[in-house]
Design a protein around this ligand. Structure first.
Ligand code: MRU
Length: 354
């Protein structure tokens, strides 16, 4: 097992002075500025508008959003109805990352316990804050554990390709796919890290490169279309990605383009690793085809940021996630252990393990 202390400087979410402070990921790396949320509605808008993104980070933000709602509605006569409306807004913010629903369900469960116990408004605030804090801190610890487990698969001198941003910025900290990369880097195993630029939001070019370089991990960008050539030339031995939802049969929803990379990896003998906490596993979703896939505005494709780039009048199809069949996944890393060639039985057994 890897026993070194990997670099880990970036934290995208903070709770300060009774408010939720988010590093605005829409403007990185050109600007490092915060967005402060003081209501659950503002937290929901921040998720919807991509201030904060990445499955675990969305879940953590939603948990803090519930704390904002509990604070705001205090002891108002209709506090329960107002809180339910805020929860519903948070649930509607983005559809694919199951961590959102996992975190909201956990917060709801804690609230129900407090109501049953007859907790007053001050007790509700304190306890719900502690619950969100636990979700947030657990996520970082889980990522460190997955980092160690995943890094053990990386051979000395191997290089990896990652897609989108499954890093500190997409989580409470440390990252899932980038957590494995951080751990492998610290163990002196990695020869190189390649990052897909990841159109249209450029999470790879803007976010993955920024956070890895900040931690002193050299990163080489490629356009998505270069991945096949990179693999054909034998320049990477692994594709390592995160996930927004893992279905009960091991199918994986992740950033659009992930499926294509998995097909290319199998064709070229490159191994394909998915790194995801068990909060990303949805046993209620039988297979990938049942995962709701978010489609966003056409303008995200026809423009580059604010600048129009497409021929006027061109339409665009903008699904932001795709599904990789379990059969193309060589290794699924979770905090409870690693599955090689995951399938329905092995995933169920893992989820039922303590
Ligand atoms: O649209 P985004 O930026 O929220 O998409 C993020 C991804 O696809 C990540 O790979 C996924 O959420 C895993 S993050 C640890």
């Amino acid at each position: 097992m890897t026993q070194v202390s990997p670099p880990d400087a970036v934290r995208p979410i903070a709770w300060r002075d009774d408010a939720l402070v988010l590093l605005d990921q829409r403007v990185l790396p050109q600007e490092e500025k915060d967005v402060v949320c003081r209501t659950a509605g503002e937290a929901a808008a921040a998720i919807r508008d991509m201030v904060v993104r990445g499955a675990p980070a969305i879940g953590i933000t939603a948990a803090w959003g519930v704390v904002l709602a509990v604070q705001e509605h205090g002891n108002a006569p209709d506090w329960q109805a107002k809180l339910a409306a805020d929860m519903a807004r948070l649930r509607e913010s983005r559809p694919t990352a199951v961590n959102l629903f996992w975190a909201l369900d956990r917060m709801q469960l804690r609230l129900n316990q407090l109501v049953t116990e007859g907790a007053d408004a001050a007790q509700r605030c304190a306890s719900m804050l502690a619950e969100a804090q636990a979700i947030h801190e657990d996520d970082i610890a889980i990522n460190r554990r997955m980092g160690v487990l995943g890094a053990d698969y990386i051979g000395k001198g191997e290089s990896v390709l990652t897609h989108c941003n499954a890093g500190a910025l997409a989580t409470g900290g440390y990252g899932t796919a980038l957590g494995v990369i951080r751990s492998a880097w610290a163990a002196d195993r990695l020869a190189g890290v390649y990052a897909d630029e990841t159109r249209p939001w450029l999470q790879g070019a803007r976010l993955t490169a920024w956070e890895l370089l900040r931690d002193g991990i050299p990163t080489t960008l490629i356009v998505e279309g270069a991945a096949a050539s990179l693999m054909a030339q034998g320049q990477v031995q692994w594709v390592i990605v995160g996930a927004d939802r893992v279905a009960a049969n091991g199918d994986v929803a992740n950033k659009i383009g992930t499926y294509g990379l998995a097909v290319l990896a199998r064709q070229h003998g490159v191994r394909f690793m998915v790194v995801a906490p068990t909060s990303t596993v949805d046993l209620d979703c039988p297979e990938g085809a049942a995962i709701p896939i978010e489609t966003r505005a056409a303008e995200e494709v026809t423009r580059l940021g604010d600048r129009p780039v497409a021929a006027p009048g061109a339409g665009a199809w903008n699904p932001v996630f795709d599904v990789t069949p379990a059969a193309l996944v060589d290794v699924l890393v979770t905090e409870r252990g690693v599955l090689e060639r995951p399938d329905r039985d092995s995933l169920l057994a893992l989820m039922e393990s303590a």
